[in-house]
Design a protein around this ligand. Structure first.
Ligand SMILES: [Fe+2]
Length: 183
């Protein structure tokens, strides 16, 4: 499976622009994490790009979300390790996070929402001017982007990254695709 194939499948299954942007942002963070940790950037990027491919098909049913996704990406030829990461990123199933890829997807997923929210509260609504320390400040405000699970973001420590470094890495990665994100 190549990136174009993966993106085409995502677009065929996802109509919501914001959800598509979330998956592109997750891809960017996953590539940056792979680079930082010396892992496979292609595999990690594809995992981020594809991870919520079933979100509209499952219509918010968390009991099937990511199970269907895992089946879909398996059919597309994804590796076992990718399939496991996609399955385990939804805690509902109680599938333990085992590999580094599992752990990376799990912490990258909610970070995108926190960073997007930090851009949207700016007068220019642009990512370019967002600073890591302002994201860090927002992180501590529990009511800000409350859906972005702080504990889950903090699990970057399982990969040997401190929160500050992870936020900075995620922010830079998303700023690098700001045009695609329309932010
Ligand atoms: Fe997600």
């Amino acid at each position: 499976m190549d990136r174009k194939e993966a993106l085409d499948s995502v677009k065929a299954n996802i109509e919501n622009e914001n959800l598509l942007k979330h998956m592109l942002a997750t891809e960017a963070i996953m590539i940056a994490l792979a680079k930082r940790l010396g892992e496979d950037q292609e595999e990690w990027g594809l995992t981020g790009l594809l991870h919520d491919i079933d979100m509209e098909l499952t219509e918010g049913d968390m009991n099937s979300h990511s199970k269907l996704g895992a089946d879909l990406v398996k059919e597309m030829g994804a590796s076992e390790v990718m399939v496991h990461a996609i399955l385990s990123h939804n805690e509902t199933h109680g599938v333990p996070l085992e590999t580094k890829l599992d752990k990376a997807l799990f912490c990258a997923d909610p970070l995108t929402g926190l960073i997007i929210a930090a851009a949207l509260v700016r007068p220019d609504k642009k990512l370019a001017g967002v600073e890591a320390r302002s994201v860090r400040k927002r992180f501590k405000e529990k009511s800000f982007a409350a859906g972005a699970n702080r504990e889950q973001i903090s699990s970057c420590r399982e990969l040997g990254l401190e929160l500050d470094e992870f936020i900075e890495l995620g922010l830079k990665a998303m700023q690098g695709i700001a045009n695609e994100l329309g932010l």
